[in-house]
Design a protein around this ligand. Structure first.
Ligand SMILES: C[S@@+](CC[C@H](N)C(=O)[O-])C[C@H]1O[C@@H](n2cnc3c(N)ncnc32)[C@H](O)[C@@H]1O
Length: 261
């Protein structure tokens, strides 16, 4: 009964492979489905059809050629943020201490520290679920000695200065959130997406704080949304000089590099 039902949905073959790592078509032909596998498959497919993001089902996501643990309630790392990683790898001076604001799974700062063995980092994250997950990912990649994850709102963080800050903030406007696909809007955490009515609120808050967190001449690398770059340059212009931009594969100005004057 279950097999007949599933055979109507060709995409279920791919979901199955993601969920248990085996091809459904092979199992199907060999009639190898155990009771528990069937249960898992049918649960996975129901979640998938309800728009639940696949990485939350499989528990992992790929970022910059590495696998990171993910789970519901924590923002899924995106390919666009690989541009942030690339910019940070190229721009941050040797032996710097780097702060990532809004660490999420830790994919960006962990990849950065793995690719640049001379750097040390702090990951600040307001969500306790995300901070816990970032610690697990740091532990998996054995960089706990170079990365400290702190579960705190960046606005209340103080007492330490850094040579560089990297940040992929929540930057979607109210209207962009309304237009998001169901799977993002309902299943990913709002505090990771919501940049207020204009999408720029987090950048304004960051601009207030950045002088307290950076050494003089320090770098800020921020990811921005489509068509936001000019407005974000304006937000930081009172204290920081815009030095350069990095573009994504679609030609969108994705990462801005500023220096504290
Ligand atoms: C767009 S996600 C980026 C996550 C991760 N850096 C990445 O690129 O995959 C933004 C993250 O910032 C966190 N965040 C939002 N407001 C924050 C705040 N005030 N202080 C620290 N983290 C915050 C969210 O919980 C979320 O994990």
């Amino acid at each position: 009964m279950e097999k007949v039902f599933l055979s109507r949905f060709p995409e279920s073959f791919y979901v199955w492979k993601e969920v248990i790592g085996r091809s459904l078509s092979d199992l199907w032909l060999q009639d190898e489905l155990s009771r528990s596998e069937k249960k898992l498959l049918s649960l996975g497919l129901r979640c998938y059809w309800a728009g639940f993001p696949l990485p939350y089902l499989t528990g992992e996501a790929r970022f910059a050629e590495r696998i990171f643990k993910v789970r519901p309630g924590v923002f899924l790392p995106r390919q666009e943020s690989e541009v942030l990683l690339e910019a940070a790898e190229k721009e941050i001076p040797s032996n710097s201490k780097v702060l990532e604001i809004g660490t999420g799974t830790g994919a960006v700062i962990i990849s950065l520290l793995l690719n640049r063995a001379d750097l040390k980092g702090v990951g600040l994250e307001i969500s306790s679920k995300a901070a816990e997950l970032a610690c697990e990912n740091a532990c998996f990649y054995q960089i706990g000695s170079r990365l400290k994850v702190i579960n705190q709102d960046f606005e209340s963080f103080s007492g330490e200065k850094f040579q560089a800050i990297v940040c992929n903030p929540p930057y979607l406007s109210f209207y962009e959130i309304m237009a998001l696909p169901f799977s993002v809007r309902y299943y990913e955490p709002r505090e990771a997406l919501d940049g207020g009515e204009s999408g720029l609120e987090f950048y304004y808050k960051l601009s207030e704080k950045v002088r307290e967190l950076l050494f003089s001449g320090g770098l800020l690398l921020v990811e921005v949304g489509k068509r936001q770059s000019d407005m974000v340059k304006e937000v930081f212009s009172p204290f920081m000089s815009w030095e350069k931009s990095y573009f994504d594969g679609l030609g969108v100005e994705r990462v801005l590099v500023f220096r504290l004057r």
